[in-house]
Design a protein. Structure first.
Length: 120
């Protein structure tokens, strides 16, 4: 992930929470909003409800890796700000379960498209 593709400003997060749309699943919650840029910006969050720092960092790693794998399999709509938040149920789950939950949230939101087999 490039530096420009990471959400950092509090104002960006606030705008997504207040004006964006949310879709919840068993292990993650997805917030998204249009950003009028030619690329997506991402933020991964795990609150203290998830657990201590080790568990929160594991949750973020699971979400990032799940997203990387989803990106390989599907095309994501461009020009969006995305926040993926870990729920406290993410604790002892496998990466495959988190990936399924993220896939379901992205599918609900309408942000995923199938990759074309002809390479385009």
């Amino acid at each position: 992930m490039l530096k420009k593709e990471v959400l950092r400003k509090k104002s960006d997060f606030s705008a997504i929470y207040n004006k964006g749309k949310s879709f919840g699943e068993r292990y993650v919650v997805l917030f998204h909003r249009a950003n009028n840029l030619p690329y997506n910006r991402m933020g991964y969050l795990a609150s203290k409800k998830v657990g201590n720092s080790v568990k929160r960092n594991r949750a973020r790693r699971l979400m990032k890796e799940s997203f990387r794998q989803l990106e390989k399999e599907f095309v994501l709509v461009e020009g969006r700000d995305l926040i993926i938040i870990a729920r406290n149920t993410i604790g002892n789950t496998s990466m495959q379960e988190v990936k399924k939950s993220m896939y379901s949230a992205f599918k609900k939101s309408g942000l995923l498209k199938e990759k074309r087999s002809d390479g385009k």
